[in-house]
Design a protein around this ligand. Structure first.
Ligand code: NAD
Length: 497
């Protein structure tokens, strides 16, 4: 099922050698992690030493509240003064519409930087804690101190926001940082490398462009924090590198996020929200519903309504619709198309690899061992699985690796409570999809194979900080019971203390 490129509304046409030779890969990350030849043609960039950044951090300058605020304010200026260029780069990389670029990347980052500026003073305040009687009189408190020089490695699907929002957290916490945007989203990577040095303190922040080779060189360097967004396989490489330096690591990974629909809920709203969460960025969202679970008896009505809503949001001709994006490159396009082999496609399936286009596609009842149910889809294909009961849906999710997000649409309070309690996932959202990311009061991160550590809002500030414990004592009282020589009486008193 192919479609001509001539109707394309997009300027996006990334090619790569494997895709043009028609070779599909079932591994979502294969080009980044395995295929060295993919990068061989790319011009190799020299990777600068991080010593100058280490010296800046050692000077103590970055710890000052005023310096942090000045950098955050400069970053906000970068965002507001370059909205057009950023939108253009995102369109070139992913065919992103202006609205999506604003909602999920630029506006999202502006909201984050504003929130950090507003709350930074209170986050930086030492937190008083109580002290046990044995150490009276004294004061105990916790200071959030910056870790040093951080390495932030981004992924291609939200290529701007996924490096800028960790950077905001790193700055707020008083760190220096090297940012390594994804090489697959070339236009955004290039723009970041142009803009960051123009706005931020060049002695504290650097952008390093490049792919596997450059990242490997960076990973050999002694950073004080490694923050990685991307696939599981490279996540293991990053964690191994961090272990060599005994440095803390945050892994923002992915996985298959399930979405359970209770057929007796408000289906009209549920379907609208599912279509929004699934097909934004052409399905290339780490928390997008990866597959749907529904009770058998509701399948026919539900799928009909789902298809009608897809047409309503993206029209009968999504290829020509400016709101519908493109796949990052031809290889990923070929990977996704290969998932359609031998499955029951009830809507969509048309594609045009040359234009990196795949129609919003719905598949029903795939085998659970089919690629589409084994690999993270990370594209515009939505499989629907049916079950006999609510309990069997929950059991199915629990039998699989812990997802980054899990969604439930229901009006049944008891089902909602048991789902929240039973399912281990990075995040759970009831009666909606990706919208939970808009709440920066909620920490965002995975669990198990979907990641470790979290960020957004205060969680981001904490992720780039060390919680330094401080106890301050005077010389006035000194309980003798703690000192040798000990006696039965001293032991008795110690137990009471
Ligand atoms: P990618 O190919 O852009 O790789 C991510 C980063 O790793 C890039 O900067 C790349 O240069 C670097 N890299 C690639 N291969 C490397 C290697 N061998 N050694 C060192 N560094 C290497 O992105 P991807 O991996 O295709 O990303 C998709 C995955 O990311 C999906 O699983 C998705 O769910 C996940 N993701 C998670 C989040 C989140 O916030 N949790 C956000 C976006 C994407």
């Amino acid at each position: 099922m192919t479609e001509s490129a001539s109707t394309s509304s997009s300027t996006h046409n990334h090619t790569d050698s494997d895709a043009s030779s028609g070779k599909a890969s079932n591994d979502i990350h294969s080009e980044s992690s395995l295929d060295a030849s993919f990068f061989a043609s790319a011009e190799s960039l020299s990777v600068e030493s991080i010593e100058p950044l280490k010296r800046t951090f050692a000077s103590g300058r970055t710890k000052a509240y005023d310096w942090r605020i000045a950098q955050l304010t400069a970053l906000k200026k970068l965002l507001t003064e370059n909205t057009k260029e950023i939108t253009k780069a995102l369109h070139s990389d992913l065919g992103k519409s202006d609205s999506e670029a604003w909602l999920t990347e630029i506006g999202y980052s502006i909201h984050d930087v504003d929130d950090n500026i507003k709350k930074l003073k209170s986050w930086m305040k030492p937190k008083k804690v109580s002290t046990p009687m044995v150490a009276w009189p004294s004061k105990s408190f916790v200071i959030a101190e910056p870790l040093g020089v951080a390495l932030i490695i981004g992924a291609w699907n939200y290529p701007f926001q996924l490096v800028v929002t960790p950077l905001i957290a790193a700055i707020a916490a008083g760190n220096c940082a090297v940012i390594k945007p994804s090489e697959l989203s070339e236009a955004t990577s290039e723009l970041l490398s142009k803009l960051i040095p123009k706005y931020l303190d060049n002695t504290a922040f650097r952008v390093q462009e490049g792919g596997k080779d450059e990242t490997t060189e960076l990973l050999a360097m002694p950073f004080d924090k490694y923050f990685y967004t991307g696939g599981e396989q490279v996540g293991r490489i990053v964690m191994t590198a961090a272990a060599k330096h005994l440095a803390p690591v945050t892994l923002e990974l992915g996985g298959k996020s399930p979405c359970v629909v209770d057929g007796e809920t408000n289906l009209e709203v549920a379907i609208r929200r599912i279509v929004w969460g699934k097909w934004m960025n052409a399905g290339q969202t780490c928390v997008a519903p990866d597959y749907l679970l529904i009770e058998e008896k509701y399948l026919a009505d539900f799928s009909q309504a789902l298809i009608a809503e897809i047409k309503k949001q993206y029209s009968e001709k999504p290829k020509a619709n400016k709101d519908y994006g493109r796949i990052i490159n031809q290889r990923h396009c070929a990977r996704l198309i290969s998932y359609l082999d031998g499955v029951n496609v009830i809507h969509g399936g048309k594609h045009d690899v040359a234009d990196c286009y795949i129609e919003p596609t719905v598949v029903i009842q795939p085998a659970t061992d089919a690629s589409i149910m084994q690999e993270e889809i990370f594209g515009p294909l939505l499989p629907i699985l049916t079950f006999k009961s609510k309990q069997s849906m929950t059991s199915f999710i629990k039998s699989r690796p812990k997802p980054l997000a899990a969604y439930l649409f229901t009006s049944d309070k008891a089902f909602e409570t048991s789902f929240i309690e039973d399912i281990s996932a990075g995040s759970i959202c009831v009666n909606d999809t990706n919208i939970f990311l808009a709440n920066h009061e909620l920490p965002f991160g995975g669990v198990g194979t979907s990641g470790m550590g979290s960020y957004h809002g205060k969680a981001g500030f904490d992720t780039f900080s060390h919680q330094k414990a401080v106890m301050k004592r005077g010389f006035r009282f000194d309980f003798a019971v703690r000192y040798a020589p000990f006696s039965k009486l001293k032991l008795m008193m110690l137990k009471r203390l």
